[in-house]
Write a protein that binds this ligand. Structure first.
Ligand SMILES: [Fe+2]
Ligand SMILES: [Fe+2]
Length: 289
């Protein structure tokens, strides 16, 4: 059974475009996802007013009846309030968005684990600790083998090209260990955000011992801060099986969200390979629903 997942990231209340925010809600209502994921940076500066707006947004999505899985991002940790930053870095996130920093969603076809990578000290690049690595292995160990195992973080576990000249990003702290935990847990798809840039690649092409995961980055869904002039977008996934996943980028044109790049990824036992899907093909029509 295909799971239809809307993956939004970096919504940044406090520095976003209300028209784009409203358009994401209208799009979700129209397309009725089986799961909505927001992979961090719900606010711009972790201020109470920004969290109130973010909470209203996630509550409106919950009220539509869609399961919602969120993880915090580095912008959800207060930057200037030093006491709060170190004593209760994610207190506001827990109060307004979700008390659970490592949320879990499981359906007949997918198992999804969110891991918090936002930290007080490594503010920008994030980090994963030993407990979280154990959690990745433990939670997925009990999942039926035919389900698609999906890991969600704000900071990507991998370095990836983010500059116009192909410069590589920083990966999350302890990324080598995290990648091994992910491979040990048999994760099929790793979703993240943070760079405000869409990207998809086989993990093994980035790190040889990464295991057979497919890495997918969402851009910023609603923020007004762009990277490399890439406007707002989010990812629309159709997870057919754990070796067959479609990714469609839903991109803001300035007026509305429209279907952008559309790739169907198949895993051949060693590699994920992507094949572009034409907008007129039956697969494209199914994925647009
Ligand atoms: Fe962000
Ligand atoms: Fe971020």
């Amino acid at each position: 059974m295909t799971a239809r997942i809307a993956h939004l990231s970096d919504i940044h209340f406090g520095a976003n475009d209300p028209r784009v925010v409203a358009a994401t809600e209208a799009w979700l209502l129209k397309h009725q996802p089986d799961l909505v994921i927001i992979s961090g940076d719900l606010t711009q500066r972790a201020r109470v007013a920004q969290f109130r707006e973010a909470a209203a947004y996630v509550n409106r999505i919950r009220a539509m009846g869609f399961p919602l899985l969120c993880v915090p991002g580095n912008h959800d940790v207060p930057l200037w309030n030093v006491a709060r930053r170190f004593l209760s870095p994610l207190g506001r996130y827990r109060r307004f968005i979700d008390n659970d920093l490592c949320p879990w969603f499981e359906s007949a076809s997918v198992a999804v684990l969110g891991i918090n990578t936002a930290r007080s000290l490594t503010f920008k690049d994030g980090r994963i600790n030993d407990d979280q690595m154990r959690m990745i292995e433990d939670r997925f160990a009990h999942v039926a083998p035919d389900k698609t195992r999906i890991l969600v973080t704000h900071h990507p576990l991998f370095s990836m090209p983010i500059g116009k000249g192909g410069e590589l990003s920083e990966a999350v702290g302890r990324h080598d260990d995290a990648v091994m935990a992910m491979a040990g847990a048999g994760v099929h798809v790793a979703l993240a955000g943070h760079f405000h840039q869409t990207y998809a690649q086989a993990a093994r092409k980035m790190v040889e011992h990464a295991g057979p995961a497919l890495v997918m980055q969402a851009g910023t869904a609603t923020s007004t801060r762009f990277r490399n002039d890439e406007r707002q977008s989010f990812n629309w996934l159709h997870v057919h099986r754990n070796n067959d996943v479609e990714l469609q980028v839903i991109a803001w044109t300035g007026e509305s969200f429209q279907r952008g790049n559309h790739i169907r990824y198949g895993f051949d036992g060693r590699e994920w390979r992507g094949v572009p899907v034409g907008h007129d093909s039956p697969s494209a029509k199914a994925a647009s629903r």
